[in-house]
Every structure is written in structure tokens, then in C-alpha cells.
Write a protein that binds this ligand. Sequence first.
Ligand SMILES: Nc1ncnc2c1ncn2[C@@H]1O[C@H](COP(=O)(O)OP(=O)(O)OP(=O)(O)O)[C@@H](O)[C@H]1O
Length: 950
Amino acid sequence: MATTRLPILALPHPMVLLPSARATVPVSRSLAEQLLSLIDDSDALPVVAAIPTPSEGALGEWGTASRVLRLVRPPTSSKSYVVSLQGVTRIKRKMSGNVEALSLEDVEYPAPDKIPPSKENVERFKQAAGRLLERLSRDSVQVSRKEGYAKILAMLEEVQDARTPWMADVLVGTINAEYEDRMAILSTPDADTRLQTATAIFLKQASISEVSRKIASAVDESLSKQQKEFFLRQQLQAIQRELQTLQRSNGGETVSNDKSSGTGSELDDDEQAEADDLAELRRRIEAMAVGSEERKMAVREWRRLKRIPQGSVENGVIRTYLEWLTSVPWPNSTPLSPSPSTASLASSSSSTSLSTAIDLKDKSFLANARAQLDADHFGLEKVKKRLIEYLAVVRLKEMNAERDRSAEEKQATEETKKEGGKAETKDVVLHEKQSPKIPASPSLPVIKRKNPIRGPILLFVGPPGTGKTSLGQSIAKSLNRPFQRISLGGVRDEAEIRGHRRTYVASGPGLIVQALRKAGRPDPVVLLDEIDKIGQSNFHGDPGAALLEVLDPEQNWCFNDHYVNVPIDLSQVLFICTANSLETISTPLLDRCELVQLSGYTYDEKLHIARRFLLPKQLAANGLEPYHVEISEEAMLGIATRYTREAGVRSLERAVGAVVRYKAVEWAEYLEQGGDEKVIFQSEPTQEETGLPITSTSPTYHRTVLESDLEQILGISRYDESEMEREPRRGLVYGLVVTGSGEGGVMPVESIAVPGTGKLKLTGSLGDVIKESGELALSWVKRHAWELGMVDGPMDDVLRVGRGIGIGDRDAGVDVHLHLPAGAQKKDGPSAGVTMTCALVSLLTGACVSSDIAMTGEITLRGRVTAVGGIKEKVLGAHRAHIHKVILPYANRKDVEHDVPMEIRREMEFVYARTVRDALDAAFGKGVLGWRSEVPGGVPVRHVLIESRL
Ligand SMILES: Nc1ncnc2c1ncn2[C@@H]1O[C@H](COP(=O)(O)OP(=O)(O)OP(=O)(O)O)[C@@H](O)[C@H]1O
């Protein structure tokens, strides 16, 4: 075995350079410099021992003596170099272990293969190699590779037997064998053994290649199956579409007729429905305005839909999106013409098409609107007057918009005529083969911001059941627009208004888009119900802020729903808001609205509403005719006064409904027992009327509900008891309040004196402001105790030396406890000042205030009574509670005269107080309290003694 010294060059793992093969090895800059000096020092191409590394940094035993052909510095990186090596012959290191790069080391050349390999081994080798090369050539995708393998195959057939060990080296280097296999070949100098090893490697590679081919073809097959199915479905749909068109042109014969004739199968229904849906979707996209944002988006999504296989999740997501996108009534879209498959959808859109919205020639619009409002609502004269103004404004704007539109259309037609019809409007293409670009034609409709055709945003404020929602419906009817109601009560998440982004699982559009879709027109009347109950800003966003965008005419012509993600023009929508109270509505939101106050009804109005609207409605709802039930005047008043206590008429409607249902049962029983339906037309005298027992055994039915029947039908009345409880007592005075729901009522203020040291205790869930009113009242009373004759000296403290308080002796001292019942309800506001003062005066003087007197008013320390809010509600509430006299601040006089109905004003006494003394005199009666008068000389004289009315 010959020995020589060669510089050692470690090959990076897993590189192996076999004799007769070439390799390009990356080297570091310092190694490259050493190689360069090596090249400089030698006359011919220098030879190095290229040694593979079984693991990082560890040199192996076997290697290849290789010529250094080239050393190159690649242009992209100045740091790394590459060296090209040509393998010459295998070598074996004499030493083991690691050495420094390019250090010289003794290596051995194994003896050359003298004996030609055995015939049998050569034959086997050639066969295995041939088969492998054939397979590789067949499976290769790249043509150059295919050709390369074919050339080696040709060489293999011609190679002499003695050269086959060399051929084994070449082939193992070519077929990208594994590291271990290449090392096995490198470390086998013996020709026969090398051929056998190579044969084994080729067989292994052939089977690996076979398996991977099978896997690849299996994957291929499943993919092509899906594609095949997709294309077949597309073809099927196209055929079905063609068939439908053909059948329609042949006289309205439809596909469903085909099925009935027996050629179709039930199992085809799904596919048919699927095809119909897609055709419908496509039709709707085509109806969208050319060049519009929504159409561009729809076309983009449609193309994506066609690429994605049916049945996949993504397909469903895109379909749902497209269905939403195309069902939004876009202002510029052409209304869909009816199609046999979607009759219902088409009919709804055609019946509500913009062109039929309002007949502009209709001169009696306002008269009709007035008639509509009167037909739906009783009373509410001021509200109706305001609504007529509102409707007139909306109507004028509509007329202007229509005029502008026809002028524009006329101009456009003239321009088109001038151009001689050169420019043609082209549709956006949905076919895959056509170009996706929309041609920029001058005659394409340009999408402009329309003039908003609406008046100010109305905000109906009032207690529940006063007709806010039904007024909104009447407005929609008057304008002949669809009506949609969005309930905002409890909406906490901004996304409920604006929708969820499409990335969100189960995302969908917000309430505004849903309402538009249901309305089917871009200009519905949308009632935003209960905006005072909308959630405040939280970590889900600020729903109120989203509403601001909806209601702001400057922003809402390009409202952005997160799901739809195309600007929607809401400027044609008429928004009307309702609320029970204004306290929780944010100022910016209030700023955008015009308030219309609804304050509740008087008993008289309620009786009219019940008779004219509620009773007929309930009769119809319960399957009875008007002649089946009659409710007497007294009975109706009894229902309104004793069974309900509310500002609106909702409970009244429920109670009337209960009476009607009761009568419905009686009527049904009467008919079952063989009663004659016609008998109730004849006014037969009843047993009570004749005073005689009824002799006939035939069943009877009384259609009139009397007051005496109410207890049997509705149970014991709910409000009698509390009336009984109201009695004049020392320290008890009735105040007027407005509840959170906007309803007015009466609230007692109770006070008692308990042993103590002159402190004031306030209870009943009171807020800071009402507590301060209590303190103000006590301070005022203490300051004026001497004038009221409660103490003997001007500087005496009434809670320490007051006379007649009724507990302890005169020097003991007391605490005063003021309580406002219904302790669970929060109360606040300054309007209880007068009531609390009266209660304290009553407590400390012993004089009582009559229980049919109620009062409201804020007081100042100087003893002035200042104006408060909610006068109409409070007065109506007092009237419902059978209060006969109300004491109000003088400054609220105008509210009574403007807002309180005449019949209430006639039934009640109103006293307007400028000062606390006025209020006290009105509450206790003139001369009841013992006011001291100033006398010349400064000596006060007490000339009226305390007296109680009891
Ligand atoms: N003036 C009226 N004339 C005839 N019916 C009325 C009148 N006011 C209210 N109603 C009837 O009372 C019922 C309740 O009215 P509606 O639902 O409009 O109340 P609302 O003010 O919207 O209450 P909420 O604040 O609770 O939403 C409806 O059936 C309505 O027709």
C-alpha cells in the first residue's frame, strides 16, 4: 500500500466526495488564504485529502485525494469562499483524530483493483443500477435530469466489466444516496465488495422511489378528484341554467315541472337548491351598480368562492358574506326583477322599489299623513303638530331630490345622445375567462353622495306605553316607507351595532345592516328604541359612540359596518329615537336629536284610548266581534283608576285584554251549550233588570261588563288600599316625583322626632343632592323657629328647647329622622326641598298637612322656592293619585299653563309659591301656623297659637 503526505481538508457533514466526482466546498476566509498560498506554491493543481466528517468537527478515516480546481469568492458575500474539488482516488489516513486545517498528514493509497470483479456481481450491479436509473429518469419532472439519467443508463450498458467498480462510484455520487451509503462505498476499496454494496444501495433506492411515487400519486389523485368534482358541478350548474332559460322561453315550464313528470329524483333537490342559490347570488351581484365599491368587493369574493372547493369551511364563510353583501339595499343597485326560483325575494324587492315609494303627484300627502296619525293615536295634539311639520320637511326634501334626479337623468340622456351612443356601459365580468378589470367608460354611473332626504332626528321622550313606538310606525306609514325597530336596551357591545370583523368566528353584520336588509330598501324609517338603555363605554367598545356615527349626517353617508367592510350610505334612512328619560343619554347624542316630549295621559284620555283603540285591538286579537263585548263607562273608569296606575296605557291594554279574554271564554261556553248567536243582538232584559227569576233553561250570555264584574274578572283592585292609607299625620307630607321611567307620582316624606342631641338623620336610598335639601330644610326651620312660634327666643335651638314636640321634657333635646319610603329605590334631586320643610314644620309644630295636598319645589337658604322639572308628569301623577291641590314653584306656572291639559287644570287647585312661607301657608292653610310679626320697638308679639286641623 503506497503512502504519501497530503494537506487535510475536512468536508462539512454530510458531504462525501467520491473518486471521479466533483464537489464545491464552502471555506472560511483564512482557509481560503491558506489554500491560495498552497496553489501559489505548487506548479500543477495542488492535491488535498478531502476527509468527510461523521459528526461536526470529527475527521473520519477514509477520504478522497482531490485536485483543487478553483477557488472563488462569490460576489454576494465577501466573507465566505468556495473551493471546487475533483475526486481522484480513495485514501486512508494513517493517523486518527483531528488535525488543523490543511496540515500535512500521512495517508495511504489502497492497492488498485487488479482482479476484475466476478461476472455475477457485475451482472447484478448492472441490472439494479439500470432499473434504478430507468425509474429515476421516468419520475423526474425536470427534462435536464431525465436526460442526464438516460445518458448514464447508456454509459452503463457500454461500460467494461473492469470499469464497473469505477461506475459504482460515479452512480452512488449521482443518485443522491444517503451519507452512510456513500461512506460505505468510499471505505470499500475491494472491487467485488464495492459492487455488491452498490447493488444493495440501488435496490434500496429503487424501492424508496417506488413508495414515494405511490404516495405522490395518491395525493395527486385525491386532489384531482376534488378538482374534478368542482368542475363537474360548475358544468352541471351551467347546464341547469341553460335549461331554465330554454324552458322559460318555451312558455314558462320550470325545472320543478320536470321533477313532477318523473325524470328528476328527490335526491337531486340539494344540488338543485345549491345551483339555484348560486345563480341567485350571481344575479344579485350583477344587479349591483357598476363601478361601485360593493360590486368590486362582491366580484372579488365571487372569484374566491369559485376557486375554493364546495363543502369547505371557507366556502361557507364566503357564501354567507356574499349573501349579506348582496342583500343590503345599496342605493345605486338596480331593483331585482322577479325570478321563478326566488319569487318571494323578488316580490318583496319589487313591491318596495324606490320608484313606487311615493307618488309625487299626490297633493293630499299632508292631509293623508294627518289622517294616518289621527287614525292611530288619540290626543297628542302638540306631538302630532310637530310630526306634521317634520313630515312636511321630509316630503319637501324628497321632492327636491326627485327633481334633481330627473334633471340629472335628462342631462345624462342628452350627453349620451351627443356622443352618438359611442360609449357603452359594460358590465363587470363574473366569468373567469373575462378580464377582471372594469373598463373605464365615461358613461359609467358615478357614485356620489346623495342629498340626505330627511329632517332632524326626532327623539321621543316619555314614560312607557305612551305611544312612542307606535308614532314611529305611523310616520313610516305616512311616508310609505318600510318600518324597522332596533331595540338598544342592554346593547353593551359596539360590535352589535357595527358588526364583527370577518376574522372573528361566527361573525356577522350589526343591527343597522340587519335592519336595512329586513327593510329591503335604502330609505326605511328606523326606530332606535330605548337609546337611554344603551350600555356605556366598556372593554367591548362604546356602543353610544357607534350610534353617533350612525346618526350624524356628516358621517353616516359612508357608515362602515365591520363585517360588510364596504361603506354604506345611511343618509336616506330616517332615524327616530325613543327614550324614557334623558338622564343617561350622552350629551353628544342628545345634541343630534330634537326632543319631542310625551308626558302621559289623563284618565279622560285613557278612557278614550281604551274605547277607540285598545278594546277593538284586543277584540280582534281574541277572535271576537265588537258586538260581543261592551265595557260600561264606569267599568272602564274602574279599570283605569283602580287596576292601573301608570302614565301610559300599556297596563290598561293588558287589563282590557284580560276582560276581553274572560268574555271570550264565556262566549265560547255559551255557544257550546247551544246558545243562539243572534240572541245577543236583541237586548233581552236581565234578571237584575226585571227582578224576576229567569224561567228559561236556555244558556245566557251578557255582553256588557259592569263595574261590579271587575272584581270577579280582574281580582281585587290594586290601588284602593294605598288610597285608604293616605291620611293626614303629624310630620307626614306628600311630595311629587318623577321616576326613572319618566312616570310622575306621589311620594310621602315621613318625619319623627327621637331622643337625641339635635341631629338630622336621612334614610330611603337618598343621593347627595336630596340629602342636602334635607339639611337646607332643617336649617331654614331652625332659623325661623322663633317666627313660627316654636321657641321662645330667636336664638333658641328648636331641637333642644322646642315645645310640643311630643317626647321628653323641654330640655331633653331630640334628633329628627326623615325617611322617604320605598327604601330600595334610589332617589335624588333638589325638588323635595319644599316637602321636607313642610314635613319638619308639621313635626315641630304639630300642625298637619291634608293628604290630598302634594308639593314640589327647590328651596334656597334665603327661603326662596325655585323652579323644578317634570311638572307635567308630576301633575298628571298627582291627578292619578287623587290629589286635589298641588303646591308648585311660582316659576313653574308657565309649565302648567302650557303642558297640563285643561280638564286637569279644572279639576285641581294650583298654588304657586315664591317663598317657603307661601308654600307653608298653602300647605297648612292661612293662619294655621303661628307666625310672629315684628312690632315697632323690636319686641316680637306672638299673636297666633299653634293649632292643628285635627
Ligand atoms: N295616544 C294613543 N292612542 C292610541 N293608542 C295608543 C296611544 N298611546 C299609546 N297607545 C298604544 O299603547 C300601546 C303601547 O304603546 P307603545 O308601544 O308605542 O309605547 P312606548 O311609548 O313605545 O313604550 P316603551 O317606552 O315601553 O317602548 C300601543 O298598543 C299603542 O298603540
